[in-house]
Design a protein around this ligand. Structure first.
Ligand code: COA
Length: 333
């Protein structure tokens, strides 16, 4: 029986640091408000002419491949999660494939927003378990700064999000003791409009060009922060407990929880609900903001660099986001 295992992780964040203080020059906000409500102190924005969604993913992938000690030519499938692609279509997975010089292999671009990486990892796990592929590159990358309204009108959303990319090499293994134990995916489309970008879209029937003429706010993120918060604090613990119960484990068995970096207050609430210590929960939202599909692989890569993930550790990934979507993955590293 083939299992799958993460053998290398990597991340890339743009060099351009955007502090809370800088945002106060663009909109009516304050470091105190942002820190108190979200925990975020700074985030990264891409540099025009240098970074794109796929270029950041390429850098993160090269690091993950090097750590896995695997050549890009050994990759037989790419799964790429993003909501902020370089082009409306095709997705950035094809550009990543081109950048890595591995034309010919299959590429799957997926959305699933803040849960995108967990969904992508789950698909990779199933493809490997079924025997279809052996070496899959799984990526989460976002350039969200171009979608944000940097005026006081957009402050409820603009202060939260940032840019970055993370990648994981997932490989087939026979080793029962070091593998992805299980993944659990959920969604509830009842709440699709609680966190969304309405336009450009096809639902209104107008050409994109006409949508733009009629709606200067086209592309703005619309978020009911309160509803997102209320659902997140229920779904995070629920889906983590589901993963633990499925594997006859308890929260005290978790060596490191790597939650999607949505909000420090949400992470803290989840930590308390599960009775975890701060050392058992990885947080880096303070430095990168919410990077949507990229947040879990960035956090996982940083935790690995910091020596917080070691062979044999029980690592739990958990996500909640727009859709609403939520999911978890339990790994024996
Ligand atoms: N700076 C200063 N004031 C701001 C602000 C900002 N950046 N954004 C909003 N405000 C103001 C509002 O206008 C409002 O003012 P009012 O009371 O005069 O009307 C006040 O702050 C409270 O706004 P509210 O939206 O009720 O704040 P909140 O306590 O719910 O916090 C969020 C807002 C977005 C931080 C919070 O709801 C949250 O974190 N939700 C989850 C979001 C999330 O995780 N999204 C990603 C999911 S993957």
């Amino acid at each position: 029986m083939a299992y799958s295992r993460i053998t290398g992780v990597g991340h890339y964040v743009p060099e351009n640091i955007i502090t809370n203080e800088y945002l106060t020059t663009l909109m009516d906000t304050s470091d105190a408000w942002i820190t108190e409500r979200t925990g975020i102190k700074e985030r990264r924005y891409f540099t025009k002419g240098k970074d794109t969604n796929a270029s950041m993913a390429t850098e993160a992938s090269k690091i993950a491949l090097a750590r896995a000690n695997l050549s890009a030519t050994a990759i037989d499938f790419i799964i790429y999660a993003t909501i902020t692609p370089d082009y409306f279509f095709p997705g950035p997975g094809f550009i990543l494939q081109r950048n890595l010089g591995i034309a010919g292999i299959g590429v799957l671009d997926i959305r699933d927003q803040c849960s995108g990486f967990v969904y992508a990892l789950s698909v990779a796990d199933q493809f490997i378990r079924s025997g279809m592929y052996r070496n899959i590159l799984v990526v989460g990358a976002e350039i969200q700064s171009t979608f944000l309204n940097h005026t006081t009108e957009g402050r409820g959303v603009a202060v939260i999000f940032g840019d970055g990319a993370g990648a994981a090499v997932v490989q087939a293994t026979e080793d029962e003791n070091h593998r992805i134990l299980s993944t659990h995916l959920h969604a509830d489309g009842t709440y699709a409009e609680e966190l969304y970008v309405k336009e450009p879209g096809s639902s209104g029937g107008e050409r994109f060009y006409e949508q733009l003429l009629e709606n200067p706010q086209m592309g703005d993120v619309v978020m009911n922060g309160n509803a997102v918060f209320k659902h997140a604090v229920v779904r995070f613990p629920e889906v983590i407990k589901e993963a633990l119960a499925h594997n006859q484990l308890q929260s005290s068995d978790i060596d490191l929880l790597v939650p999607h970096q949505a909000n420090l207050r949400i992470a803290e609430y989840v930590r308390q609900q599960l009775g975890l210590t701060p050392a058992q929960v990885m947080t880096n939202i303070q430095y990168y903001g919410n990077t949507t599909a990229a947040s879990i692989p960035i956090a996982m890569s940083e935790a690995w660099e910091q020596g917080r993930i070691n062979a044999g550790d029980l690592v739990c990934l958990a996500a909640f986001g727009s859709g609403f979507t939520w999911g978890s993955a339990l790994l024996r590293w």
